[in-house]
Design a protein around this ligand. Sequence first.
Ligand SMILES: C[S@@+](CC[C@H](N)C(=O)[O-])C[C@H]1O[C@@H](n2cnc3c(N)ncnc32)[C@H](O)[C@@H]1O
Length: 263
Amino acid sequence: MSQRELDAAIQTFYAEVFDEGVRLTTRSPQGRLEFERTQAIVRAATPVPARVLDVGGATGVHAAAFAVAGYEVVLVDPVARQVAAAARIGTFVAQLGDARQLDFPDDSFDAVLMAGPLYHLTHRSERLQALGEAQRVCRPGGFVHAAAIPRLVAFAAAALDQDLLVNSLDDWLGLLRHGTPVPALRFPGGHFHTPDELQDEMTDAGIRNVTVVGLEGPAGIALETVAEVTDADYSAAQQLARTFAHTPDIRDFSNHLLGSGQA
Ligand SMILES: C[S@@+](CC[C@H](N)C(=O)[O-])C[C@H]1O[C@@H](n2cnc3c(N)ncnc32)[C@H](O)[C@@H]1O
């Protein structure tokens, strides 16, 4: 699929197929873990008062929480229906935009969160463009945080899919070696990362001192299988996520990676 076709598929997916507004809140316990860990990392790096840009911010779940915490927030997303939903919240600015070409002057923000766009950009050059834009609009020394989907988790999800046999051996090898989504995938993915690759791309885009952590940790997926997650289950998963966030190989078991570095 070309990037142009993928961009069109993204519009349909987020406007008509998938409700991004509930993914992090009520739809899955793993979503709560992703949300809370992302918020904690971004807030710890950049205390209030500060201006935060949320690129690929969808319906504004992160942006709304930042606003409640006292940040001045701007959200950008290419899907009009999501931007309209975010704008209705009313506590931050929400506008149409694309990570590859941000409509802001240099050094406009103290921190940038880009959780989403990198999953949907097939070519390394376009991912570097998006990361370079995040770096450009962030003031020197401010933090850029970029999320990616680990290749190992994408492989596991595809291997558990009912349409397993639709994928050829070349498709599987393409996913493992290059992060290319297999055809049977329902999510309009563009690329799946290894942690080292995310670190290299952020560094090549001019972001300094990059570290890459796993967000949900090794027990995140297990939470999805528990009928009713108790507070004790959640705390245990959260503790594992924090403990193994930096551990090579184990961080790949998280549903998301988060790279953080300075502009
Ligand atoms: C999986 S959702 C994540 C939403 C939200 N940031 C979160 O963490 O829950 C991916 C988001 O990236 C947006 N997106 C896809 N391609 C993009 C691009 N080129 N520039 C900016 N946002 C993009 C989608 O519209 C979608 O809202």
